[in-house]
Design a protein around this ligand. Structure first.
Ligand code: IFM
Length: 467
């Protein structure tokens, strides 16, 4: 059946793609880069599917020119990449590695020449190993070290980079890295992981201040959020889902946007000084949301551990994650529920009202593992359907009054998908990891045409559909 015509987006809406350093760069031991928590994690047997590592990944460190040309052809306005902290400060403190900064000089200058706005993230999980070994994000000092690093990068690039992101998805690093042990650094501390959340948020606030002092502006964060659905209307399920919603969503948004943690989480958090909350709520220019699918949560199920991407969660947690049935699924087995994207954005509007700054969707996309067919073409129609439906859901939220300024698709390239290695492909561009050949998929051409037709639509067609 034909889809209804695609809605128009505002003419100044920013279309982009997103990546992260460890997932694409490779070159982990080149030009003075120091080791990170992820280098140590992937070296531990059994941590990553197939023993994959980011040692080479997409070799973007050497192929950034080719990748920039792909982005130019795609027609995007903005590119969200991440700086590798251990490339710039190999030990996470003190001395700066000029060669590390030099790589990003070339990348940023090339993007600007191609007419693409660099919108980098300062930290996308690759904690310098020396800092990880000193306690990582459980240690408050890491937040101070991050502020120092933010000041260095801000000072170097403030004149060339018009949009900044402090930290990517503190929730995932806290829950999967320190809580469940599924990602680096691989600690399974359960609720004892929550200090990591606080220190990441503190680092965000200190980072905003350091960037501003260095002359950088237009700053936000990329937080991961998912609509939380209770497994039933039974009191136990409602309570479990409420707790999970606070731990996965509002603990990361409330302190930034309101200066307070959700009161329901008080029993789980150490006493938090007001001065920290004042730092965390340093005003930001916009708020970034990464979102993929909703989460179904119920009361704990006796003796049965919930699974996250194939890993068992601690069965003693006061909630359980349930399978969402009745929807298509990605190859990563994530449910495809576009309406939950609208629901999530409306929940932000309801919860924060006037306090909600403009929103950017800093990530959204899907893993579908289609490869080249006999003609060398990648027919990833399921990624097109996913993205089409999620952009319509996004527009529905905008039409209902949510101020969204841009969308970064995850991801430009197939890349190293953390604990599942190269087994899941999120790219608009297929990467053959043997040869490093890039093949733009059907979804790349679809996104290119969407961007083009939205930009080039006739004057006057501002609240209509693209023909
Ligand atoms: O690949 C990740 C990214 O690093 C953070 N957000 C989710 C993506 C898909 O899992």
């Amino acid at each position: 059946m034909d889809k209804p015509a695609f809605p128009t987006f505002p003419r100044n809406f920013s279309w982009g793609v997103s990546t992260a350093a460890y997932q694409i760069e490779g070159a982990v031991a080149e030009d003075g880069r120091g080791p990170s928590s992820w280098d140590a994690f992937v070296a531990q047997p059994g941590r990553v599917v197939n023993g994959d590592t980011g040692e080479v990944a997409c070799d973007h460190y050497h192929r950034y020119r080719e990748d920039t040309a792909l982005m130019k052809d795609l027609g995007i306005d903005a590119y969200r990449f991440s700086f590798s902290w251990p490339r710039i400060q190999p030990g996470g403190r003190g001395a700066v590695n000029a060669a590390g900064l030099g790589f990003y000089d070339k990348l940023v200058d090339g993007l600007l020449e191609a007419g693409i706005t660099p919108a980098p993230t300062l930290f996308h999980w690759d904690t310098p190993l020396e800092l990880e070994e000193a306690g990582g994000w459980l240690n408050r000092d890491t937040a101070e070290r991050f502020a120092e690093y933010a000041g260095i990068v801000g000072g170097h690039f403030a004149d060339r980079i018009p949009q900044w992101i402090t930290i990517n998805e503190p929730v995932v690093l806290t829950m999967l890295g320190y809580g469940a042990g599924i990602q680096a650094p691989g600690l399974a501390l359960g609720f004892e992981a929550l200090p990591a959340a606080h220190h990441l948020l503190l680092a965000h606030g200190l980072g905003v201040q350091a960037l501003r002092s260095a002359g950088a502006g237009n700053i936000g964060i990329a937080n991961n959020h998912a609509a939380t659905w209770p497994a039933s209307e039974h009191e136990e399920d409602l309570q479990a889902a409420g707790l999970y919603d606070n731990i996965a969503n509002w603990i990361f948004a409330d302190p930034i946007l309101t200066g307070a943690y959700p009161p329901e989480l008080e029993p789980f958090l150490p006493p938090v000084p007001d001065a920290d909350l004042a730092v965390i709520s340093t005003p930001i220019d916009w708020y970034g949301i990464n979102s993929y699918n909703p989460t179904l949560v119920g009361a704990p199920t006796a003796g049965e551990a919930a699974l996250v991407d194939g890993h068992e969660l601690d069965a003693s947690l006061p909630f359980s994650l349930r399978e969402i049935e009745g929807y298509p699924r990605t190859d990563f087995d994530w449910p495809v529920v576009p309406a939950a994207f609208t629901e999530l954005l409306l929940a932000f509007k309801d919860r924060y009202g006037e306090k909600l700054p403009p929103i950017y969707i800093t990530e959204n996309g899907a893993a579908f593992n289609d490869g080249p067919d006999g003609e060398g073409r990648v027919r990833d129609s399921r990624r097109i359907d996913y993205t089409d439906a999620h952009l319509r859901a996004l527009k529905a939220a905008m039409d209902a009054g949510v101020d969204v300024r841009g969308y970064f698709h995850w991801s430009l390239l197939d890349n190293f998908e953390w604990a599942v290695g190269f087994s899941q492909r999120f790219g608009l561009v297929h990467v053959d990891y043997e040869t490093q050949k890039r093949t733009p998929k059907d979804s790349y051409h679809w996104y290119q045409e969407l961007i083009r037709s939205n930009k080039e639509r006739p004057a006057g067609n501002d609240e209509g559909t693209l023909s």
